[in-house]
Design a protein around this ligand. Structure first.
Ligand SMILES: Nc1nc2c(c(=O)[nH]1)N[C@H]1C(S)=C(S)[C@@H](COP(=O)(O)O)O[C@H]1N2
Ligand SMILES: [Mo]
Length: 403
């Protein structure tokens, strides 16, 4: 047996010892059976147990239509986000769209302008992919060192769903892209008509016109009945309530690609069209706001993802970054999807600073906060992917590390 296998066996034994306190007495089992009675009747659409309390946290806003709600990452298990807990980001509220009335128009520099109904779109050959969606502003507060109190607030603008839709390239081929066209301007049907410019090369590559999420129609908050899903790109480009695609020879320089979603660098110049979301990870247990009941063996766990493909490795520190140990990764590791990592850890009842770093299939290593700031400065609120450290206090409380 390899050394690592032996030591993880030993760890498992200790974990076993930790749960013996919970062994069921025969007496209790009998009592439970005696009280069992007929349950409630079945229903047409599922609900979770009333004992489950995980909810999205919503940042206070004077205009609640322009808000964000955050996925409770600490309460999530596995790698998929239930649609009911997918983060939300709206600039002008959630429009109510009748799918029978809805049209997707494809116009501009095309041979055959199209107006497609949802029924026509659903008849086209479809694909299904499990993909992360992350707001470019996720963990933006970490730039300012005033770090979020818990993992939901610091990292909750990211979720992972199974999306179903039609390859955008198929519809563009059908419309016939004219020579000279280089951009696709996507526009939403919400009140702000949110727009983004997408280079034609990406549009012909892997973008989806998505109508399905986790096995059913996309939720209204996620863009019902149709949205763009752009693998690996910042959430903002994934235009919801999609109703227009215009082929042009130039970018539009829309609000959300000029005034917003640009990265102001230390030299005063702004990076623009920074679509890619780079490798990132965060420990979700133990994480800020939680308390460990006492010393003993715990399973550290969290989520890693990369806009550039598969997560190759996740390393964990429990000594503030001095040493790193490789975590176990949940298979299958899908490209641009949540990858769950796990590592047994002995909490000795002494202060410890824990953190994770993801390495993706391109060899890219998630940077420390310091290394990131060295290059990008602190003027930008977007594209923060620095290593997140949590402090586990001797008494068991978990908080942020004051940087
Ligand atoms: N039409 C439209 N599309 C939109 C938005 C919007 O407000 N209107 N918000 C964008 C932003 S900033 C993000 S991060 C994602 C959020 O998608 P979600 O609400 O499904 O999580 O959608 C993007 N697409
Ligand atoms: Mo966003």
């Amino acid at each position: 047996m390899k050394d690592s296998a032996k030591s993880s066996r030993r760890q498992m034994f200790r974990l076993g010892a930790a749960v013996t306190g919970g062994l069921l007495a025969k007496r209790e089992l009998a009592a439970q059976e005696a009280t069992s009675k007929l349950g409630i009747p079945l229903g047409p659409y599922g609900e979770r147990s009333p004992f489950e309390k995980a909810i999205r946290w919503t940042r206070d806003s004077k205009t609640p239509e322009t808000g964000s709600s955050f996925t409770p990452l600490a309460d999530s298990v596995g790698t998929l986000t239930p649609s009911s807990l997918h983060y939300e980001r709206h600039h002008a509220g959630i429009p109510t769209i009748d799918p029978v009335q809805h049209r997707l128009i494809i116009h501009g520099m095309v041979e055959r302008p199209l107006s497609l109904t949802m029924a026509e779109i659903r008849r086209l050959p479809s694909v299904t992919r499990t993909l992360v969606l992350e707001c470019g502003g996720n963990s933006g507060s970490e730039w300012a060192a005033k770090t979020g109190a818990d993992v939901q607030r610091s990292h909750g603008l990211v979720s992972c769903s199974e999306w179903t839709g039609v390859p955008l390239s198929l519809v563009l081929q059908e419309a016939g892209v004219k020579p000279g066209a280089a951009w696709v301007i996507a526009e939403g049907a919400d009140a702000c008509r949110m727009e983004r410019s997408i280079p034609l090369a990406k549009a012909m590559d892997d973008i989806l016109l998505a109508y399905g999420q986790n096995g059913e129609a996309i939720r209204p908050a996620q863009g019902y009945p149709l949205r763009l899903i752009i693998p690996g790109w910042e959430g903002n480009t994934n235009v919801k309530w999609l109703h227009s695609l215009k082929l042009t020879d130039q970018a539009y320089m829309a609000r959300d690609e000029t005034a917003k979603y640009t990265d102001l660098m230390p030299n005063g110049k702004a990076r623009i069209f920074t679509y890619d979301m780079e490798a990132k990870s965060v420990i979700t247990f133990p994480s800020g706001g939680q308390t460990l009941p006492g010393p003993g063996v715990y399973e550290l766990t969290g989520l890693a993802w990369s806009g550039h493909g598969r997560v190759e490795r996740v390393e964990i520190t429990t000594d503030g970054g001095a040493t790193w140990t490789q975590a176990r990764l949940q298979e299958p590791r899908l490209p641009i999807a949540f990858t769950r990592f796990r590592l047994p850890w002995l909490f000795e009842g002494r202060d410890a600073v824990i953190g994770s770093r993801a390495i993706d299939e391109t060899g890219y290593v998630q940077p420390t906060r310091e290394a990131l700031i060295e290059v990008r400065g602190v003027n930008s609120g977007y594209h923060y992917n620095g290593i997140k450290l949590w402090k586990v206090h001797a008494a068991g409380m978990v908080t942020n590390v004051e940087v």
